[in-house]
Write a protein that binds this ligand. Structure first.
Ligand SMILES: [Cu+2]
Length: 137
């Protein structure tokens, strides 16, 4: 009688602890799901990196398209000279120094077509060294 009772108690304890283990497994899965959701959200909001080279006398690509609400990073590499990057509508200019990647993040909240140009005189073709950022609605 006494043995039976203790066995029953043991069984109850075991099932309780199994239940406990089950519950923590569920929590672990929830935490993983939450982590995955956060990761997806982060990759959605992570800026899109657009590599651009600058050399006499052009940017490549010279036409950049994006959408309103998008964040982009223009990652410039100047190949032969310290060219400039001037985007007047954004009140923004940078020197593009050879041997460095110059990252410029833009949060695009207004549709439009924005011209950019080299504003460091780099030679005879300098006047034509320009490009266009197109932000589609
Ligand atoms: Cu230039």
């Amino acid at each position: 009688m006494k043995t039976n009772q203790s066995r029953r108690l043991f069984c109850t304890d075991l099932s309780l602890s199994l239940l406990g283990a089950g519950a923590s497994l569920v929590f672990a899965e929830l935490a993983m799901a939450e982590g995955a959701a956060k990761k997806t959200l982060a990759s959605r909001t992570k800026p899109r990196v657009i590599p651009i080279t600058a050399k006499k006398f052009s940017y490549e690509p010279s036409r950049i398209e994006a959408r309103v609400g998008e964040s982009i990073v223009l990652a410039f590499s100047a190949l032969d000279f310290t060219h400039g990057f001037n985007l007047p509508e954004f009140n923004l200019r940078m020197d593009l120094v050879p041997g460095k990647v110059i990252n410029i993040q833009l949060n695009l909240d207004k549709a439009g077509e924005y011209d950019f140009l080299c504003d460091n005189f780099c030679g005879d073709g300098h006047e034509g060294m320009s490009g266009k950022l197109i932000v589609n609605a």
